[in-house]
Ligand binder design. Structure first.
Ligand SMILES: C[S@@+](CC[C@H](N)C(=O)[O-])C[C@H]1O[C@@H](n2cnc3c(N)ncnc32)[C@H](O)[C@@H]1O
Length: 225
């Protein structure tokens, strides 16, 4: 698929897929969306202990980079696994303006390292952030009781409906620890019902600018004995 770098309403860049008329982030603001959905309603739930985080759709690394900045700011250790089948190329990378929009010039080398580092094993990017990129299809992903938090950031159900169905969410349920949380920008009724059908407890939360709602799903804590 053809990909072009675009600028969204908050001045931050994203990637556009003309054939699907789909973006990697909200047209209303890539950075705003990432901060609202994944940081405010996801990462901010965790304050006091190291966490294991899974991102479905590593893409431009925007969510990962903002998470690294937050981890460093708050002395929160994050082990970040990013699953991605179609990595961005270096020309696209050069056209992304996240470092300047986030006023994170001090971390420019970290952003570059996140993209250039090896795949398939954990690499220290900063003292609080380690990254494992996995080049893989979501459909092949598998993990058990491993993650505290999942950023579910596939393309929309309009263009990739199979990634928003129970089979994938069953994998997400398995991958979460008890009490673990999945956040996504989607608020579709069919997505909410599929998340509930695999056993997750789902909340509707206010969405980022330009979207009324988003979803957050929690894996219930098993009561024993
Ligand atoms: C909405 S974008 C993710 C944006 C990303 N989180 C960011 O911050 O830039 C969805 C991503 O999923 C990837 N993708 C699409 N289909 C996939 C599949 N079947 N398996 C794995 N990755 C896939 C795309 O290449 C794209 O990078």
């Amino acid at each position: 698929l053809k990909r072009t770098v675009i600028t969204t309403s908050d001045g931050s860049t994203s990637i556009h897929l003309p054939e699907w008329n789909e973006q990697y982030h909200s047209k209303h603001g890539a950075v705003q969306e990432a901060r609202h959905v994944f940081i405010q309603h996801g990462l901010n739930l965790f304050t006091d202990r190291p966490i294991a985080l899974l991102e479905m759709g590593f893409g431009t690394g925007l969510n990962a980079f903002i998470t690294l900045l937050e981890a460093n700011k708050r002395n929160l250790s994050v082990a970040y696994t990013g699953v991605e089948a179609y990595p961005v190329d270096l020309e696209e990378l050069r056209a992304l303006n996240f470092v300047s929009v986030l006023q994170a010039e001090k971390y420019a080398a970290h952003f570059e390292h996140m993209h250039r580092c090896d795949w398939e094993s954990f690499v220290d990017i900063s003292s609080y952030f380690t990254l494992r990129k996995q080049q893989q299809f979501f459909q092949k992903f598998s993990a058990v009781d491993e993650f505290d938090l999942i950023y579910f950031d596939a393309f929309g159900a309009r263009v990739q409906p199979d990634l928003w169905e129970e089979a994938i969410f069953q994998k997400m349920f398995q991958a979460l620890k008890d009490g673990g949380v999945l956040v996504t920008y989607s608020a579709k009724g069919s997505v909410r019902r599929a998340l509930q059908a695999v056993g997750l407890e789902v909340e509707r939360l206010p969405g980022p600018p330009g979207k009324r709602e988003m979803l957050r799903a929690t894996k219930p804590i098993k009561l024993t004995g």
